[in-house]
Design a protein around this ligand. Structure first.
Ligand code: GRF
Length: 224
């Protein structure tokens, strides 16, 4: 069975791109990265692609429409069947979003619909949330909206600042993005309105408490 070709759009560091590269290195992973595009010529993620031998190019962001037109053309030429936004920091042209509907996914470092937009970790701390996390979702026109594929939850600790919370969330991102792309590539996702159903999914059991439920055990000293 041929592997699904994915195109990854980045703007910077590319640690989620790296997680996808690492996942796709396994011979039983059902997707391969065919192309990496960046709107920033100096994005560190372009180096990650080059080291992995993946075609990569920067498309300078002259205008939203021009970027979208060129990205669309090269993604199609590369035979891409799924576009994954991985720290792509610009709004996408609405025509591009419509053209790739249900074949365009994003990762965001909060439990959407909470804290969309910029600085979601800062928003979570400011709101006093005791849990945050990350979300992989299909992309719709409005920023950080669309049917949710997967989420991971992390606790917010009393001692957290934006960086420590971002690091804890990022480690979870690197798990759920490759997982979500796998589920898409295996044809296991069905979109019904805002809801995604997943064939053969295993949901976790139980509940999470922060602070921990006394019945679960004593509070860990680091557990907040
Ligand atoms: C990640 O936190 C991602 O969720 C957000 O931007 C960040 C990109 O990080 N959209 P990286 O470039 O993948 O390291």
């Amino acid at each position: 069975m041929p592997r699904l070709k994915i195109g990854v759009l980045i703007s910077g560091r590319g640690s989620n791109l790296q997680a996808l590269i690492d996942a796709a290195a396994a011979s039983d992973y059902p997707a391969e990265i065919a192309l990496v595009l960046s709107n920033q010529p100096n994005a560190a993620g372009l180096g990650r692609a080059a080291r992995a031998g993946i075609p990569a190019r920067a498309i300078p962001h002259s205008s939203r429409e021009a970027f979208a037109a060129e990205a669309d053309a090269v993604l199609r030429e590369a035979g891409v069947g799924l576009v994954a936004l991985a720290g792509y920091m610009r709004l996408l042209d609405s025509g591009f979003v419509a053209a790739w509907r249900d074949r365009l996914v994003n990762i965001h470092p909060s439990l959407l619909p909470a804290f969309p937009g910029l600085h979601p970790q800062r928003q979570a701390l400011a709101a006093g949330a005791r849990f945050s996390g990350c979300t992989v979702h299909f992309v719709r026109a409005a920023v950080d909206t669309g049917p949710i594929i997967a989420q991971a939850v992390v606790p917010v600790l009393d001692a957290d600042d934006e960086d420590t919370l971002a690091d804890r969330i990022l480690a979870a991102e690197h798990v759920i993005y490759p997982l979500s792309v796998r589920l898409f590539a295996e044809g296991r996702l069905a979109i019904n309105g805002n809801r995604v159903t997943i064939a053969g999914a295993c949901a976790p059991d139980g509940r999470l408490f922060n602070p921990r439920d006394a019945a679960v055990g004593p509070l860990a000293s680091s557990g907040g």
